[in-house]
Design a protein around this ligand. Structure first.
Ligand code: F6P
Length: 342
């Protein structure tokens, strides 16, 4: 059997660990051959391939990014996309495709597998941890560790200068990174996309923190919105996935805090640093296990399924179930951390 592998969407620490797990087990235990498709769905669309064998995966476990490259290409939005993919898979003699990606990439896999006879197995990937049907996605732990270290470092400048330091982390639709890193880093305010925030309330927390002779750290997810701030924070344009482009909630918030409290405020936007570099031990462990279980699903002919973490077990769930809706932060969980605000 010849198996195709692709990685789509934003890069994520642990992608190479998944690829290594798939290839090592597939070659050694099942005698499969592999072909790597370059740059996400662009690979099978344009028949753009790369050699994928044991030597190709040697030494990649601790490496960030993806040896296969990635893109946000969506073949369902291209004329003849499905036909071209089917033709190219046939030309490559690929009998199964392992798709490693987030909501968009896996959404394509669900459509192709369920409605067009393309046998896909999914592996959930995103630093945002917002994919349903799995307790965790790999990449999230690394991103949280990077953000937590940054917040730890921001505390010293905040205290030395008695400033407000606003730290903007990733998370367009879900506040998992903000919630986990904010709690781990001892933030005084955490703002997430799931709960619109009141700027006056944020300023009250900031002021009360100063009154206790401490300098406040505000962690804000890039998708967090003030109650009446749509006009300020959305520039109206959309990316190719229909996501509204955000324009710097962190910067905006620091200015508002300065204006309303008279305290000096600065912003740090962590951006792609959160996705870069070597994966944490947990992410290597999770990604490797996902890879091993994905190739088992191929062996079992269990297509249209995604591997997922439930507790400590890896299970299989329909890809369509995982992509049907995003997993957002439960309001009760958010309320729980509220005790530290102010
Ligand atoms: O989905 C992962 C993610 O890193 C989000 O947290 C972020 O909003 C988005 O991707 C950024 O995408 P890009 O790198 O394409 O700007």
């Amino acid at each position: 059997m010849r198996v195709g592998v692709l990685t789509g969407g934003g890069d994520c620490p642990g992608l190479n660990a998944v690829i290594r797990g798939i290839v090592r087990k597939g070659v050694q235990e099942y005698g499969y051959g592999f072909v790597g498709f370059r740059d996400g769905w662009r690979g099978p669309l344009e028949n753009y391939t790369v050699r994928l064998d044991i030597p190709a995966v040697r030494g990649i476990l601790p490496r960030g990014g993806t040896i296969l490259g990635s893109s946000r290409t969506n073949p369902l939005k291209q004329e003849d996309g499905i036909r071209r993919i089917k033709e190219n898979l046939a030309e490559q003699e690929v009998e199964a495709l392992i798709v490693i990606g987030g909501e968009d990439t896996l959404g394509v896999a669900a459509e192709l597998s369920d409605h067009h006879g393309v046998p896909c197995v999914g592996v959930p990937k995103t630093i945002d941890n917002d994919l349903s049907a799995t307790d965790y996605t790999f990449g999230f732990d690394t991103a949280v560790n990077i953000a937590t270290e940054a917040i730890d470092r921001l505390h010293t400048t905040a205290e030395s200068h008695m400033r407000v330091l606003v730290c903007e982390v990733m998370g367009r639709h879900a506040g998992w990174i903000a919630l986990h890193s904010g709690l781990a880093g001892g933030a005084n305010v955490i703002l997430i996309p799931e709960q619109r925030f009141d700027v006056e309330q944020v300023c009250a927390w900031v002021t009360s923190r100063f009154r206790a002779s401490y300098a406040p750290i505000v962690v804000v997810a890039e998708g967090a919105m003030p109650k009446d701030g749509d006009v300020v924070l959305k520039d109206g344009s959309q990316d190719s996935f229909g996501h509204v482009r955000l324009s710097g909630v962190g910067e905006w918030l620091a200015k508002e805090i300065e204006r309303r409290t008279g305290k000096e405020a600065r912003t740090t936007v962590l951006g792609h640093v959160q996705r870069g570099g070597t994966p944490s031990a947990f992410d290597r462990w999770l990604a490797t296990r996902f890879g091993l279980h994905a190739i088992d699903a191929v062996r079992d002919g269990d297509f249209g399924q995604m591997v997922a973490l439930r507790g400590t077990d890896i299970v299989r769930v329909p890809i369509a179930e995982a992509t049907a809706r995003l997993k957002t932060v439960d309001p009760r969980l958010y309320e729980e951390v509220g005790v530290f605000f102010g």
